[in-house]
Structure formats: structure tokens, C-alpha cells
Design a protein around this ligand. Structure first.
Ligand code: C2O
Ligand code: CU
Ligand code: CU
Length: 445
């Protein structure tokens, strides 16, 4: 957990330092060089409550410039940590904002244009948990019955992480070795009847289908940005890079069971490589502390307002609408508070699609409503090959005509290759007055 201090004005201050000198023991007796935020590998959990002001102090001790993006946070564009908020080596960036969104499992990672894949692969990623007083009663004892599971695939050359695949191939790196929370072959001892897992796929490209070796069913309670309309009982969930899912799993005393990932039975259904992996081995104690059943009613999906604006994004190869990302070009101008339909049309192989700042719901995938476990508020969605995905997108109210937010494929090689676009949120009625080119030399720190 990241330590924080409360400033005299009441803001909660977090100090984060990105460093490249981590030394981790992933394999017994061997040293692996890793990057980390405050720690040797990955980062601390940042945790804040709705309504709280947070003040970040992000120092770059890497040998190169980077950024730190708050993936899943609703905040002003200048605080977003995208490619326009570069932090030079040795410099410190100090964004602050007020947490104004429901309880969720969000995360943070670097976002330097063209270098994100490498920085995340080296180990720069951490969880950002948002709490909201007064929500449904859920397992919430961190480390006991509320456990994060950050899933990543790696390629090792001896004890060293091999990064050669990060910038090559159709999808970039697809590793053959799984790390969960930065640990190789993790196991965990369960002490309660139910455990809530916060799953984050922080892999560069790999898609997982998470379930249990014994086929047990479990409840999905939350998606990227918070609670589902109601728990969805499933035996597997698909999770693509950048997505989060919260699940509640029941255990019986004395058992051992493996959480795993199983490839799509229709092989190559999505043409992205899907392999079988063990993720975590659980052993349950001889007696387990009783847990209540999870039940709640969350916000419903809602339907598009009449006349909602539709924007269409065609994915082809690693381009969006036939273009590569251009740092000085504003692709879309959105009025503050808008609710729009974004239609993602994939003409080629599998991708996914992430939009900064917003909350969206999946309206349909190839005309069909998504499975119940994807009915919650989201910010990242898997887009199977040749599929059409329609999103109902709710935009925030922080207007800034000169600082863009990003939308992009979260397969990091694609993002780095330019499968990304930029939008600004502006005061309603000023859309046509906004320059589509970011003024030269315009930089926020
Ligand atoms: Cu997870 Cu644009 O980021
Ligand atoms: Cu993001
Ligand atoms: Cu892609």
C-alpha cells in the first residue's frame, strides 16, 4: 500500500518514484532486473476515497522520459498522464484532482508515445483503488479476503526478462511465462469462505480466459469502472489488456484449487494466440471464516438518449480511421457532459479499445448484447477480429480545448505504432471554435 500524508489543506499526498534499478528474485537464488514505482517491481497500491482530493508527486528516476497515466480515473486532461505530460529524467510531475467517481479498481502505468510497451513490460504498473463509503457489503479486508491479481506474461532468457518481442510481430510480445503480482508460480492460502479478487490484465497483448481448473462457478461483481447492475455467475471470464474485473469466489475447507486461463475452445476464434496457463494455486485452511453471500443492485446500463451523436472508428491493421496517431492533431471534439455512441468497426485482426476519462457501457457486439459480466461500467473493451462493438459513452465535464485525452488499442505494440487518437472535451457550443491543431510549443507540466 502506498503511504500517503494529508497536507494542511486536506489533500492526500502520494509520492511515487519510477525507477529502473529494481532487483527482484523471481526465481529462487537468481536476480532479475526489473523496473518499479517506489519498489523494485510493479508499484504500491494507491488507495483513495470518493470526494477526497489527491495530490501526486511523480518523480522520474528512469534513464529516459516517461509519463504516469491514471487508467480508469475521471480527471482533467492535464492531470491524465498521457503522452502530453512527459516527465523528463530527474523531474517531478505534480498533478492533483478530486476523486469523483464510484468505487472501482483502476491502475496506473507509463504512457510515453512509442515507448509504453517497453516501460510497462519492464515492470511499471500499479493499482489505484477507489473506495466509496456506503456501497454494498463485500469482502474488503485487503490481503485477506480482498486480493489484487495483476496478471502479466513474460519471456525469460535465463533469469532476465527478454524484451525482444515487445516491438515485433502482429501483436507484440506474447510471453510463455506468467507472473501474478510480479510473482512466478504464486500460491495463496485462503482463510475465508469467500474471497474477492481484483483482476487486472497488465499484459502487453495477451488475452486471458480466467476460471478454475475444477470448473467451479463464481460471481463477477464489478467491471473496469465499478459495480455491475447485479452479480453475474460464470465459470470463465475473458479479460484483455487494460481491463479489470472483480470476482467473488467461494472455497471449501481444506481444498486445493488452481485459478487458470484456458484458450477459447474454438481455436483461433480471435486470431490472437490463446494458450492454457495456470495463474494461482490456492489452498484453503481446515476451517474458514464465514462470509456472507454477495447481493446488490448497481446502476443499470441505461439506453442512449434520443439523437445521441454517433462517432465511428474503423480499426484496420494498426490504424484508426486510416490514420496513425499524431501528437499535434485533435481528432475529435466532444462537448462536456455528452453521452454518445461510439461504434468500433474492426476490419482486421483482434484489438481492444480504451478511452481515457470516460465511463462506457457495451451496447452490443455484432448486434448482440454482451454477456452479463460485461454489463458494468467500463473503459476498455475487447474487439474480436472483424467485429463491430457499439459503446454508450459518458464524457466528463472538465473542459480544456488544448489538452487532449487519448483513445487507443491497449495492445501496447499497436498503441506504440500509433493506433491511437486524441479528443478534447470543450464547453458545449464551442465545438466549432476549437483549433484542431495543438499550438506549437504548447506543453503542460
Ligand atoms: Cu492504460 Cu491510454 O491507457
Ligand atoms: Cu487510460
Ligand atoms: Cu490493436
Amino acid at each position: 500500500m502506498a503511504g500517503s500524508a494529508v497536507d494542511p489543506d486536506g489533500a492526500r499526498r502520494f509520492m511515487l518514484t519510477m525507477r529502473a534499478d529494481g532487483r527482484s528474485e523471481l526465481f529462487p537464488g537468481k536476480v532479475t532486473e526489473t523496473w518499479g514505482i517506489n519498489v523494485d517491481h510493479l508499484g504500491p497500491v494507491v488507495r483513495a476515497k470518493r470526494g477526497e482530493r489527491v495530490r501526486m508527486s511523480v518523480t522520474n528516476r528512469l534513464p529516459e522520459a516517461s509519463t504516469l497515466h491514471w487508467h480508469g480515473l475521471r480527471l482533467p486532461a492535464r492531470m491524465d498522464g498521457g503522452p502530453h505530460q512527459m516527465i523528463e529524467p530527474g523531474a517531478t510531475w505534480t498533478p492533483e484532482w478530486t476523486i469523483d467517481q464510484p468505487a472501482a479498481t483502476a491502475w496506473f502505468h507509463p504512457h510515453p508515445h512509442g515507448r509504453t510497451a517497453m516501460h510497462v513490460y519492464r515492470g511499471l504498473a500499479g493499482l489505484f483503488l477507489i473506495d466509496e463509503p456506503g456501497g454494498p457489503v463485500l469482502p474488503h479486508e485487503y490481503g485477506v479476503d480482498d486480493l489484487p491479481l495483476i496478471v502479466q506474461d513474460r519471456v525469460f532468457d535465463g533469469a532476465e526478462m527478454a524484451a525482444g518481442g515487445v516491438d515485433s510481430g502482429t501483436f507484440g510480445l506474447l510471453g510463455d511465462t506468467i507472473l501474478v503480482n510480479g510473482t512466478y508460480r504464486p500460491f495463496h492460502e485462503v482463510t475465508t469462505e469467500s474471497v474477492r479478487f481484483r483482476l487486472l490484465n497488465a499484459s502487453n497483448a495477451r488475452v486471458y480466459r480466467v476460471g478454475f481448473a475444477d470448473g467451479r462457478r463464481f460471481d463477477v461483481i464489478a467491471g473496469d469502472q465499478g459495480m455491475l447492475p447485479r452479480p453475474a455467475t460464470v465459470d470463465r471470464v475473458k479479460i484483455s489488456p487494460g481491463e479489470r474485473l472483480e470476482i467473488v469466489v467461494r472455497f471449501v475447507p481444506g481444498e486445493t484449487v488452481v485459478m487458470n486461463s484456458a484458450g477459447e475452445p474454438r481455436k483461433q476464434a480471435n486470431d490472437i494466440e490463446e494458450d492454457d496457463f495456470d495463474l494461482v494455486r490456492f489452498t484453503a485452511g481446515a476451517t474458514l471464516r464465514p462470509s456472507g453471500r454477495v447481493a446488490f443492485d448497481g446502476p443499470a446500463v441505461g439506453s442512449p438518449p434520443p439523437g445521441a451523436r454517433v462517432r465511428r472508428f474503423e480499426l484496420s491493421g494498426s490504424e484508426i480511421n486510416g490514420r496513425d496517431m499524431e501528437m499535434s492533431r485533435i481528432d475529435e471534439v466532444v462537448p462536456a457532459g455528452a453521452v454518445e455512441i461510439w461504434e468500433i468497426d474492426n476490419t482486421t485482426y483482434a484489438h481492444n479499445f480504451h478511452i481515457h476519462e470516460v465511463e462506457f457501457r457495451i451496447l452490443d457486439v455484432n448486434g448482440e448484447p454482451p454477456p452479463a459480466y460485461l454489463a458494468g461500467p467500463k473503459d476498455t473493451v475487447f474487439v474480436p477480429k472483424k467485429a463491430r462493438v457499439r459503446l454508450l459513452v459518458r464524457f466528463g465535464r472538465y473542459a480544456d480545448p488544448v489538452t487532449p485525452y487519448m483513445y487507443h488499442c491497449h495492445l501496447l505494440r499497436h498503441e506504440d505504432k500509433g493506433m491511437m487518437g486524441q479528443f478534447v472535451i470543450v464547453e458545449p457550443g464551442t465545438e466549432d471554435l476549437v483549433p484542431r491543431v495543438i499550438p506549437a510549443g504548447h506543453h503542460h507540466d
